[in-house]
Design a binder for this molecule. Structure first.
Ligand code: ZN
Length: 203
């Protein structure tokens, strides 16, 4: 049986532009937050998405769920997966996350957002990050992530600070998701930069 899913708020909703607040230790262990985590997990899987931050369901708390299933990666070739350094990530919860960049090398790929539904754009992200957070039981976790997982973590922690990928995107690359599939799928970022009239990025 499929669980209840929450409504995902869209760009323009004030909650997406506000800094979410930290959860107190009492809140972390509360039945309300346990229930919210389950609803966010089911909502992320229903959409489907690889990450969801509480502000995206209208809740201004520093809480994120992440899951990148192998099935979501089936549409990408082995080369595309390798270029993105994308590997499956098990479901997990991040409460009050703090993110530090470990490898500042900028890597650029198209990404989208469930709260900017139907669009995609090239977004530069740091290649490697570390996130310190609490899990759903309130236990401290430390995650070192590279590639696509690092991109997901940067995208989700941005949500907690009121930032959206459109704040960081190459504006000329902004595209509907449909046109991204039609015209840009299978191209390397270097090819896309040429086609979009963007200067070559110095490595
Ligand atoms: Zn998003």
């Amino acid at each position: 049986m499929r669980g209840t899913v929450l409504k995902i708020v869209q760009a323009g909703d004030p909650v997406l532009r506000q800094r979410a607040r930290e959860l107190t230790p009492e809140e972390v262990s509360s039945p309300e937050v346990k229930s919210l985590i389950e609803l966010m997990r089911d909502t992320m899987r229903d959409t489907p998405g690889v990450g969801l931050a509480a502000p995206q369901v209208g809740v201004g708390l520093r809480l994120v769920v992440v899951e990148d299933r192998a099935a979501y990666q089936a549409a990408l070739s082995a080369e595309e997966l390798a270029a993105r350094e994308r590997e499956p990530v098990d479901f997990h919860v991040l409460i009050n996350p703090r993110l530090v960049v470990e490898d500042p090398t900028l890597v650029e790929f198209h990404e989208g957002c469930l709260s900017v539904s139907g669009y995609a754009a090239l977004v530069p992200r740091a290649r490697g990050v570390r996130v310190e957070a609490l899990d759903e039981k309130g236990a401290p976790v430390s995650i070192s992530a590279r590639g696509w997982y690092a991109r997901i973590l940067q995208h989700e922690v941005d949500h907690l600070d009121g930032a959206l990928y459109v704040d960081r995107m190459e504006t000329r690359s902004f595209s509907t998701a449909e046109n991204h599939r039609r015209h840009q799928a299978g191209r390397t970022t270097a090819q896309l930069r040429v086609e979009l009239g963007l200067p070559e990025r110095s490595k």
